[in-house]
Design a protein around this ligand. Sequence first.
Ligand code: 1YM
Length: 688
Amino acid sequence: MTKAAKKHTQQGKMRDLFAEPGARGLAARPARAARAPAAADASSYSARHIEVLEGLEPVRRRPGMYIGGTDEKALHHLFAEVIDNAMDEALAGHATFIEVDLDADGLLTVSDNGRGVPVDPHPKFPKKSALEVIMCTLHAGGKFDSEVYETSGGLHGVGVSVVNALSEHMEVEVARQGQLYRQIFQRGKPLRGLEKLGKIANRRGTRVRFKPDREIFGARVAFNPQRLFRMARAKAYLFGGVEIRWSCAAAQLAGVDGVPQEETFHFADGLKDFIARETEGHTLVHPDVFTGRSGRPGANGAVEWAVAWTADCDGFLSSYCNTIPTADGGTHETGLRAALLRGLKDHAERVGQGKRGAPMTSDDIMTGAAAMISVFIREPEFQGQTKDRLATAEAHKIVEGAVKDQFDHWLAGNPLASNKLLEFVVERAEERVRRRQEKEISRKSAVRKLRLPGKLADCTNTAAQGSEIFIVEGDSAGGSAKQARNRASQAVLPLRGKILNVASAGRDKLAQNAQLADLVQALGCGTGGHYRDADLRYEKVVIMCDADVDGAHIASLLITYFYRQMPALIDAGHLYLAVPPLYRLAHGGKVFYARDDAHRDELLRKEFHANAKVEIGRFKGLGEMMPAQLKETTMDPRKRTLLRVTLADDEREGAADAVERLMGAKAEARFEFIQERAAFASDDVLDV
Ligand code: 1YM
């Protein structure tokens, strides 16, 4: 396999083997409904067939609209447009060879020995030749109802005028009906009229010589010989009937990256030759290449393919429509995949192996397959942003029908190859199922490794910075908090029932407490000597309890727990208390929330008239609040108040004693403690 193909398959990509830039950048490739007798004579096309639409100024103003940008890929579209016109002439049976030459100055010449672009005067513009109209008018091509080609990939006139618009120099020579003509253009405009250079007996065809405009592409963007070489070679593989002569005259360019100075491509066995070259040096499941065709290349509905199965690489699938690469696949690819799968399944049934192993999928049969499919479709439709995917539904049917038929024959006629292939694909299917199971297991164990508690509603942000966890007492409050939170940055961990009184609990009991174990897992930072601030999964740890005695008790238990088990978490300023309201005051459309009795009285004094009948509601707990209320009053960073829990230095020494004293005994004492803490902490109110 070539270097490029290898790299490609290593990356698991399966197409674009020639590394040929999609020739599909031109959004409005007009489809041509056409049917020409292959032997139509040169005069059958005349200037009156040309439809004039618009000038080239829009192309220079917005080149991206026509060639998808102004980078190297876009630059190579210009070549694709020109060679596609020559290719069309060959596909229509009028040309037998195409020459491509890149010279040292970056001038690219493409020629063919076809009929030559029409040169007779245009009926609508009698002073202009058809050639000039084709070259200087956007969307001037053959009339689309004309009888030109059966299929067409190129843009004929449309494409070539775009190339002209974007070239600082363009020269077109036409040898037609024994005469040689020439016209020179600059940036889409004719320098002079059509010149008649004299009689020429031994030559016919079209020669287009151009240099992309540095004003458009910049001075650094230039044709890449290797890319051109591969594009040219691809055309020769795709249409075995044409000979492509490559020359890269510039001595310094010759030999770059294995690009020869001269080479002639003529592949009588087309796609098969290509697959043979690409699989060289690889182990094949069976040396036979499954190859076939239906219809005459270039004729509408014609299809050609070649597939070999390699045992030692991922494989690839290169697909083309009208010799134009379809990098994003499409209906011809789905047709091929369907036919190969159906064919092998039918074969398995025939040889009594239908029930063997895991059911095969088309991925199983395409893994390791080195495949190429080429279709010729009249008026193809392309989809996708870069128009690199064939969308014509008929292509699926045409390909599936032709390939399935011949695959059946191939499998039946090559028992050795077909048995090996079946064996190989069944193994792929089993491997796939095995891998899926392993993945499932490793995913489960990854979850276990992280050991996040089931009731944690985690936030989607993975970074600690900017995320917070609300520790909430009880499932109903937890439910409201889950609805009220910002999923991206706020996690909610409901703790059920009162947590253990940690002050009086021994180390073992602490370790066994399921609520605390959940908390430790959710935080991720470890406890005691194992605490690591860097592992803390949230920036803020917010204790959110009811604004009553019980809530204060639970909050105090939690603070005590943090103080004893993760003092560094408090020191680093991660621990906060949420301040849910206790009262809702409403009158005349005004609503206020008060956190305690004093706040309520203050609001009544300041915000309402003395004799107003203010409606005062008292929340029994967080679980009673509507999620929207909880969000607005307590959780929304733009509106809430948080109290940061800190330990002042002078309290630090006595804190252990204080906790001991207060936690060990009466509930009222605990309550005082938390009130004190809160009061102390409120100096620290953070507007987060
Ligand atoms: C190196 C590029 O463009 N060859 C070429 C182009 C045309 C013809 C022949 C041609 C086509 C027809 C009749 C026809 C073009 N024709 C048109 C247009 N080589 C290259 N060779 N006679 C000659 O389509 O019937 C545009 S290009 F507009 F006339 F269709």
